[in-house]
Design a protein around this ligand. Structure first.
Ligand code: ZN
Length: 340
């Protein structure tokens, strides 16, 4: 079993043929053993006759009897690519700290840009936790909304509006202080829109931290406590209350950087998918605590610093692929994608 992948080259070294790539994917997609993606039965047989494709199985259930492979009903369904290319694409998405564009991916993998674009979207499809697999945010939860996208094209004499005055897409972000966050695209920044989403995301006993935006006032009353910082008055923290929204602003800056720096000119249609990717990255980090002695005038002092590092890539792959079945995508005639 492969437990570590250090580079794209490492993938080809550890998986010298496509067969090895298939075995790797089978371990990831069926962690508790093979099962039929059509009926869920654990009884199936491998088809080894000459005409059978590699990795083909047949369900042994009387009513089902259908054939399947490891990619059936996943975003990789009926792929013609070498499965190691899929593993490499997943590796690239998971290890690039701000995301990877389809142009760059196509150069690294040696595939067509359109193919790379589809690979990217298939992987993002897996990163979506729409079934609420991830638990609710708890403890101290910071919430903020942001307007995404770069500044409009410079025009002499035209003063562009900022933030609320623009027609840029609005993203609602919530982050707790244990390293977990959620984000979604919202049609407007009114309390009636934001409230229900926040209720779904957060445990009722959490402590809410926001900026002075009035939209949060009413919903704030439904949580254990609600503290605000008033950025307009240059108030960025209230140490006595532990009030600040620096965590959520860090998530926001990741969103801005990825969207402006990597995925510019992004359609609204796909924005949620890119958010899923950015949030996946945020939510799959682990804290590394360093303790060191610092000499001061009054003697030695213990200083602890916490840095957040991505969890190992194979472990992330396991989390990503174990929910792959049932997330099939289809190609449309115009090179688009649909999700049946
Ligand atoms: Zn079956």
């Amino acid at each position: 079993m492969i437990t570590e992948l250090k580079s794209v080259r490492d993938i080809w070294k550890k998986m010298p043929s496509e067969h090895h790539g298939r075995v790797f994917l089978e371990e990831m997609i069926w962690p508790t053993g093979r099962y039929c993606p059509h009926c869920g039965s654990v009884r199936s047989v491998a088809l080894r006759c000459q005409s059978a494709r590699a990795g083909l199985y047949q369900c042994s259930e009387h009513e089902c009897r259908r054939q399947f492979t490891v990619t059936t009903r996943t975003p990789m369904h009926s792929t013609k690519l070498d499965l190691r290319l899929w593993i490499a694409a997943i590796f690239l998405v998971l290890t690039s700290s701000k995301g990877i564009s389809s142009v760059v991916m196509s150069r690294i993998l040696g595939v067509n840009q359109k193919t790379a674009w589809k690979l990217g979207h298939a992987i993002r499809e897996l990163m979506d936790d729409r079934e609420g697999i991830a638990s609710q945010l708890g403890g101290i939860v910071e919430v903020d909304e942001s307007f995404v996208g770069g500044a409009p094209k410079f025009k002499k004499g035209v003063k562009n509006k900022r933030g609320r005055g623009t027609k840029k897409p609005i993203v609602l972000v919530a982050a707790d202080r244990n390293g977990q966050a959620k984000a979604t695209l919202v049609p407007n920044a009114q309390g009636a829109t934001l409230g229900p989403i926040m209720k779904e995301w957060m445990e009722p006993q959490s402590i809410l931290m926001t900026d002075g935006n009035r939209a949060y006032r009413k919903i704030g009353k439904t949580f254990a406590a609600h503290h605000t910082v008033n950025h307009g008055a240059r108030q960025y923290s209230r140490p006595s209350l532990g009030a600040h929204i620096n965590t959520v602003e860090a998530v926001n800056s990741q969103v801005q950087r990825a969207l402006v720096g990597v995925y510019h000119r992004l359609g609204r249609k796909h924005l949620q998918r890119y958010l899923d990717e950015i949030l996946w990255r945020w939510n799959h980090r682990q804290p590394a605590v360093k303790v060191r002695q610092k000499l001061t005038k009054s003697g030695a002092k213990t200083v602890t610093t916490t840095t957040w590092k991505p969890i190992p890539v194979v472990e992330q792959m396991r989390g990503l692929l174990c929910c792959a079945i049932g997330r099939q995508m289809r190609r449309t005639l115009e090179w688009g994608l649909t999700w049946p």
